[in-house]
Write a new protein. Structure first.
Lengths: 496, 307
């Protein structure tokens, strides 16, 4: 009590001297799921990293505009096509008081690429060949080949303390993580909540909130009720309909941002009626994106004409070729002798049923016969990634590589030989292969423009909309969500 | 009696074993867990490597034998998603579900049995209809709907109860009512039928003829005799409560095993799903066994094991 009183007096005094940052003692956040792991080198799902990225610092990070900027690395230098050196910041401390060193950075890189850890994130870092301490504040990273997406991937690399991990082991570290971030773990009550406490002498400054309580609330209607009753200050993952409803409440606000996630339609170029490119083009012209976005997403989506969002490197403007034109779609179908062509539309509960049915309707109006096949998500994934004749004619996808680079999107989706691709075109392969092995950004963009021009003609898939991340919050919260769905408490402000 | 007990116990073990076997195979045949564990862009090599690491590349019969061997050592394995023992994950959730199921049972029996007895004893009176309407409503309203409606009314509008979570005893009220409503209707109907049945028997007329008041006849004799079917239903209802908990716990953010089951199934956390099924089937089997044994103490005419 005395401490709290003292704090209040201090805050009062401070505010009279300088324009002090007003902060709340406790912020409560509703997430749809508990963290799967708090070890940042294990699970990479939105709820887990919404929490643990507040506990850890990363090698590099992105600013509000999406630019890659220093964090634990003060600066970096590309030495040659496959070598990059990082200058490591000094004076950063882990929560146990020990200093963060170049050794910890190297340990973190080696740990995540070690197959023994079985990290699900391994494939995002496996282009790294080696990481070494070259002097007390320098780390040298070598890649197997020239790898332009390296920095984008390193945005996700959290630095863990070598000494602690080696002492307690991976299982204990997951339960009691120690990082260098603005918040440290107080309690983890599995399935209930996770409480973090601010680190007052954090190297970037004092965190806004004294502590943060992340609660697990799976049902979106309940998250909204929590916000309305004041049990939660911020809630993650609202749907467009909930966002519209929240806007009527003067005490609350909707915070949203277009993300790097692309809503797209996969079209099977290797099996069934969609093997005919005219049929695939007909699908393109049968779909009215604007209606989908306005009516079903309540405007929480941006139209795209390629399978990539503006938030990704490699986005090119003006590819076109996919205008809504039902007459043209019908003509193409007649030309291909495929009127009433049966399309099997594979889907799972992971996809919005209304979107699936709206697309079915549009396609049927253009002269297709669409058969929706619903299955559980693992079965859906198995068929979608399996043999072409099992993958159905069309399906939806919501793709994010968490790297904001075209290489993480159209390479796995359409490069021949990838598990997702049901399409093969050596010209396309050549462009995306080239774009992943040169470092020059202008040259990469040229390759991606050509790659997207090829996709426009071949249509093995088509972009529908850029997805939004939607949060609900109390009026007093000042925060701009970002394209990579990061949830940094440190970037939030409280303004009564 | 001991012979009966032994054979019932053997049956219980066989039932549990059968359930586990079915779940083991259904889980593995319905999809590839590795695809859910890797990020979307993972290459085929990584998917294969992870599959080998986790042992999913083994023939299914060998995976099954490994699983059985683990069970014999009382090991449920380490969750591939959360990387901690599946039993630890399950154990942390059990108290919440027990508390919720217990509270729901109190709601179900506490409202259901008096409602049923009232409807039976005062058949045809004016208040039988509103009670019957309530019972039918409890039976026909889907749980997720009652849940959301209660949250809107009692949490958002009236501000009497917390909208979610587990903070204090007030938190359990709404989930317990939502979960107990369905069972309440079953108890009411069963109690009504049983009491009506008993009221038509000779001993009731005899009792009344001897000058006992109707209230005494019901309280002393009818209720005792009518309670056997109700006890059977109670045992079955505990199973229904565990199933209903899946929805109720999700709506009210109640961190029990129902919510855990949903999360584990969604993330294909095999070992956790198996642990949950094992636990739930054990509860079911044990409760039914207990109900059978309870009959004997309620009605001494039932001699267990005598043919």
């Amino acid at each position: 009590m005395l401490k709290r009183l003292g704090l209040a007096i201090f805050a009062l005094l401070a505010s009279s001297v300088v324009q002090a940052q007003p902060f709340r003692e406790l912020v409560t956040i509703d997430l749809p799921n508990d963290a799967a792991t708090l070890d940042p080198h294990l699970q990479w799902d939105t709820d887990s990293y919404a929490i643990y990225r507040n506990i850890f610092d990363n090698l590099v990070t992105r600013d509000a505009t999406g630019r890659i900027v220093p964090q634990i690395a003060e600066s970096w230098r590309q030495v040659d096509d496959t070598t990059i050196t990082f200058k490591i910041r000094t004076g950063v401390k882990f929560h146990d008081g020990t200093a963060l060193t170049a050794e910890d950075v190297v340990f973190s890189i080696r740990r995540i690429i070690d197959p023994v850890l079985r990290s699900p994130q391994l494939s995002q870092f496996d282009q790294i060949a080696s990481a070494d301490v070259t002097d007390p504040t320098t780390v040298t990273v070598k890649t197997k080949t020239p790898y332009p997406a390296l920095m984008a991937q390193l945005v996700k690399l959290s630095i863990v303390p070598k000494a602690v991990v080696e002492r307690v082991g991976a299982q204990a570290f997951n339960l009691q993580p120690v990082g260098s971030g603005p918040y440290k773990l107080r309690t983890w009550q599995r399935g209930v909540s996770i409480t973090l406490d601010a680190v007052p002498d954090y190297w970037r400054g004092r965190p806004t909130f004294d502590s943060a309580n992340f609660r697990v609330v799976p049902d979106v209607a309940t998250r909204v009720a929590d916000l309305q009753t004041g049990r939660a200050d911020i809630v993650r993952q609202l749907g467009p309909d909930e966002a519209v409803r929240l806007k009527t409440d003067a005490r609350l606000q909707v915070l949203s941002a277009p993300t790097e996630r692309i809503g797209y339609m996969f079209i099977n170029a290797m099996s069934g009626p969609t093997q005919d490119v005219r049929v695939r083009r007909a699908i393109t012209h049968a779909i009215d994106r604007k209606t989908l976005i306005d009516a079903l997403l309540q405007g929480y989506g941006n139209e795209v004409d390629i399978v990539l969002t503006r938030a990704n490197f490699g986005y090119v403007d003006g590819i076109g070729g996919n205008a809504y034109d039902p007459a043209k779609a019908k003509a193409l179908l007649r030309e291909a002798n495929a009127v009433n062509a049966p399309l099997s539309f594979l889907t799972s509960p992971a996809y919005d049923r209304r979107l699936v049915e709206a697309l079915q309707q549009m396609l049927q109006e253009a002269g297709f016969r669409v058969d929706i096949q619903t299955m559980d998500h693992p079965t859906f994934l198995r068929r979608r990634q399996g043999r072409p004749d099992e993958a159905g004619s069309i399906s939806l996808g919501r793709w994010s590589c968490a790297c904001q680079d075209a290489d993480g999107v159209i390479f796995p989706l359409f490069r021949s030989g990838s598990t997702w691709a049901k399409y093969a075109n050596p010209d396309f392969d050549k462009e995306v292969d080239a774009a992943r092995s040169v470092l020059d950004e202008a040259k990469r963009l040229v390759h991606y423009r050509r790659a997207f021009e090829i996709l426009r003609e071949d249509v093995p898939g088509l972009g529908l909309y850029q997805d939004y991340a939607i949060y609900g919050a109390r009026r007093e919260v000042r925060w701009q969500p970002t394209a990579n769905e990061a949830f940094f408490l440190f970037d939030m402000r409280w303004q009564p | 009696m001991p012979r009966y007990l032994v054979s019932r116990l053997l049956q219980a073990v066989l039932t549990t074993f059968g359930v586990m076997t079915i779940v083991f195979f259904v889980m593995r045949l319905s999809g590839d867990p590795v695809l859910l564990l890797v990020p979307e862009g993972a290459t085929r090599e990584h998917i294969d490597a992870l599959r080998r690491e986790l042992g999913f590349d083994q023939p299914i019969w060998r995976q099954y034998l490994t699983f059985l061997a683990g069970l014999l050592r009382f090991e449920l394995g380490v969750s591939v998603v959360q990387r901690i023992p599946a039993w630890d994950i399950l154990a942390s959730r059990i108290p919440y579900t027990l508390a919720l199921a217990g509270a729901a049972l109190v709601v179900a029996i506490g409202l259901g049995v008096p409602a049923g007895v009232t409807m039976a004893v005062w058949r045809g009176r004016w208040f039988e209809r509103p009670i019957a309407a309530l019972v039918v409503a409890g039976q026909s309203m889907p749980t997720f709907l009652t849940g959301i409606l209660m949250i809107m009314l009692f949490a958002v509008t009236l501000r009497w109860l917390p909208s979610s979570g587990v903070e204090g005893p007030a938190s359990v009220i709404m989930p317990a009512i939502a979960l107990g409503m369905l069972s309440m209707s079953t108890f009411a109907r069963m109690a009504r039928i049983a009491v009506v049945d008993e009221l038509g028997k000779d001993y009731v007329r005899a009792g009344l003829a001897r000058g006992l008041s109707p209230g005494k006849v019901v309280a002393r004799h009818v209720l005792r005799n009518a309670s056997i079917p109700v006890v059977t239903i109670a045992a079955l209802e505990i199973g229904n409560l565990l199933a209903g908990a899946i929805i109720v716990e999700t709506v009210f953010a109640w961190p029990g095993i129902g919510q855990l089951a949903i999360q584990a199934i969604q993330s294909r956390d095999f070992l956790v799903v198996q642990a949950i099924v094992l636990f739930v089937s054990l509860v079911y089997v044990v409760v039914n066994l207990a109900a059978d044994l309870l009959y004997a103490s309620i009605d001494p005419r039932i001699r267990l094991g005598s043919s």
